[in-house]
Design a protein around this ligand. Structure first.
Ligand code: ADP
Ligand code: MG
Length: 598
């Protein structure tokens, strides 16, 4: 096959989507990995320093290049992968633009060592800022080693635009993982600042998924495959109850190229129908294959965008395949088969699709929750003498509350739809959002703790090991002091594991293993949407995730305790996100609405 490099004719070059290929170290890494894969490498090692800003080195055992090709490779629009317009319509390689090496060389110090598999001597090329090209014979192993030093050294504008090495490193990890998933048979290694981050042997797709996403998450994935005349799809779908608050664990490939495509994402979400809560995103890894003639990958220089000849057929294909895969599994219990329906007629679809563990969790939690409220009845909302915050929700007093015997006449509060609490007050009624109220309580508690207050922690009898992504683990280690001040007791164990030895006393039993991931997901999400200092952001994510939820049934004494605590906070009327906690309706307002004159 031995294709050699040539410069594309201007007319064809003009058809290549214009623009910069290399915006940050991760985009250089992506281009270099793609080149190694296109060269049929079976082993690729990536060595980076300082988030790729001082060094990116990619070593492969692929075809290698002749001396002539090694020189040409750095010219613009020099490629061995397409030659004619027809080829552009039928792309089967990852590269085709002939621009990556030229763009990288223009903004860094590059050294390339390469040797054809069939040759006994290799070639070294040096090029600085796109100039002073030097080509020399060199003794080197078959394959290619490319070293990119001091990226953007001559473009201070772009250099300043870079984020911290830690953040650039995370982008590289993401690029690496996306490539590694698509090419499980290729052994791949990532070394950052001399530390081996990944060392993945050649494997099957299943094995690779397990290595990258962790045993725990991958064991919850559902694998499926579907093929029609139009296209093929294969991959893994996360169960709805393992959905995340961010889209980070979503991997989409078209003809083995990692792509981003809103249309397809939407089709996947639709495939889940209403199994997902609002604002949560399923984990998925999807490989779609289609005749290259029916898709245009020449849309954007990053090659991450594609355009289908028939967008709506693709949408329907994905939607139907996902729906079929999910309904073939037993994720959706038949409507009406669960207790909620026997208890009352109020059916909350979210409840009926919960995994079987959820009901159990609630009842366990309720047991611990059972506390005799110190709340003096009927004088609400006058502040009462209450135990210190932190105690109430955990008191395990076996003495039965006598709330049950209260006649309705004496009642002052009711829970409706397991979501709101109605309180009868001297002036009228109050409606309280139970989740928002608890969020406010926990938020203020978190702030006190992080400012050096006590941080009660409950040690776990059986420490939990939690699998997180590499990026998440590095975030946890960054936030460790603050997490500890909240009451977490954590140990980082390897690249993707955190051992949870203890959690804050507010955490519901059964959630010790999941709370950390939830918290981190929300923290990351807020990072993108609002500018807050980390401490504040963490307090918010923590209070949101540890708080009781809409849908959690509460007993009278629990409601009393909650309101009790709420009215000891500084700002009981809004939750940490600024939404209202309490809505008041005065008697006179009620009278007015009912058209009463007296
Ligand atoms: P493209 O990949 O779009 O063709 P690049 O600038 O990335 O453009 O690379 C230019 C050419 O250099 C490729 O077409 C290929 O022939 C050659 N090349 C680049 N990297 C390698 C490698 N690791 N092994 C073999 N050949 C390579
Ligand atoms: Mg390339």
């Amino acid at each position: 096959m031995e294709k050699t490099i040539h410069i594309l004719p201007q007319q064809l070059a003009d058809k290549i989507a214009a623009g910069e290929v290399v915006g940050r170290p991760a985009s250089a890494v992506k281009e270099l990995i793609e080149n190694s894969i296109d060269a049929n490498a079976t082993s690729i090692s990536i060595v980076i320093k300082d988030g790729g800003t001082s060094l990116i080195q990619v070593i492969d055992n692929g075809t290698g290049m002749s001396a002539e090709d090694a020189r040409l490779a750095f010219a613009r629009h020099a490629t061995s992968k397409i030659a004619s317009y027809d080829d552009l319509e039928n792309i089967r390689t990852l590269g085709f633009r002939g621009e990556a090496l030229a763009s990288i060389a223009a903004v860094s110090h590059v050294e390339l060592r390469t040797r054809l598999q069939s040759s006994d001597v290799g070639t070294k090329v040096k090029i600085d800022g796109g100039e002073h090209l030097e080509v020399l014979p060199e003794a080197t192993a078959p394959g290619t080693i490319i070293s990119v030093r001091n990226l953007f050294y001559n473009t201070p504008g772009r250099r300043n635009f870079l984020k911290s090495p830690q953040t650039e490193y995370k982008y590289i990890v993401d690029v690496f993982q996306r490539a590694a998933l698509a090419h499980p048979s290729v052994a791949m290694k990532l070394i950052s600042n001399e530390e081996t981050i990944f060392s993945l042997p050649s494997a099957t797709l299943h094995e690779r998924v397990k290595e990258l996403l962790g045993e725990q998450l991958s064991s919850t994935l559902l694998s499926f495959e579907e093929k029609t005349e139009f296209a093929g799809i294969q991959g893994f779908l996360g169960k709805p109850d393992f959905a995340r608050k961010t889209r980070t664990e979503q991997y989409l490939y078209l003809n083995n190229r990692s792509i981003a495509n809103r249309n397809i994402n939407h089709a996947v979400y639709q495939g889940y129908e209403n199994m997902l809560e609002k604002g949560s995103f399923p984990v998925f890894i999807l490989f779609i294959n289609i005749d290259p003639h029916r898709v245009d990958v020449n849309v954007h220089p990053s090659k991450m965008e594609v355009k289908f000849e028939d967008e709506s057929s693709m949408y329907r294909f994905v939607l139907t395949s996902v729906r079929k895969a999910l309904s073939a599994s037993d994720l959706i219990p038949a409507a009406g088969s669960r207790e909620e329906h026997q208890v009352g007629n109020f059916s909350d679809f979210r409840m009926t699709t919960q995994p079987s563990g959820a009901g159990q969790r609630t009842s366990q939690w309720k047991e611990l929750f059972q506390s005799e409220s110190s709340f003096p009845k009927n004088i609400f909302p006058q502040p009462a003498t209450t135990p210190s915050a932190g105690e109430i929700f955990k008191r395990d007093d076996p003495k039965k509350s006598d709330d049950k015997n209260d006649s309705d006449a004496q009642r002052s509060l009711w829970q409706v739809h397991n979501k709101y609490i109605i309180v009868s007050t001297a002036e009228g009624i109050m409606l309280v959002d139970q989740h928002a109220a608890h969020e406010r309580v926990l938020y203020e508690r978190a702030v006190v703790r992080m400012n050096g207050g006590e941080h009660p922690s409950q040690q776990l009898l059986f420490p939990r090991s939690v699998e997180l992504s590499v990026g998440d683990v590095s975030l946890v280690s960054q936030l460790l002091p603050m997490l500890e001040s909240l009451g977490f007791n954590l140990k980082i164990f390897g690249k993707t594991t955190v051992i949870v030895d203890g959690v804050p006393t507010d955490i519901k039993p059964g959630e010790e293993g999941t709370i950390l991931q939830q918290l981190i997901d929300l923290y990351k999400e807020d990072e993108q949407s609002v500018k807050l200092e980390p401490r504040e952001r963490l307090a918010k994510s923590y209070s949101c995730k540890a708080a009781i939820k809409a849908g959690d049934p509460l007993k009278d004494d629990e409601m009393h305790a909650l309101l009790d605590q709420l009215f000891q906070t500084e700002v009981p009327f809004t939750c940490p996100h600024g939404r209202p906690v309490i809505i008041k309706l005065s008697l006179s307002e009620l009278d007015r609405r009912f058209g009463r004159t007296s």
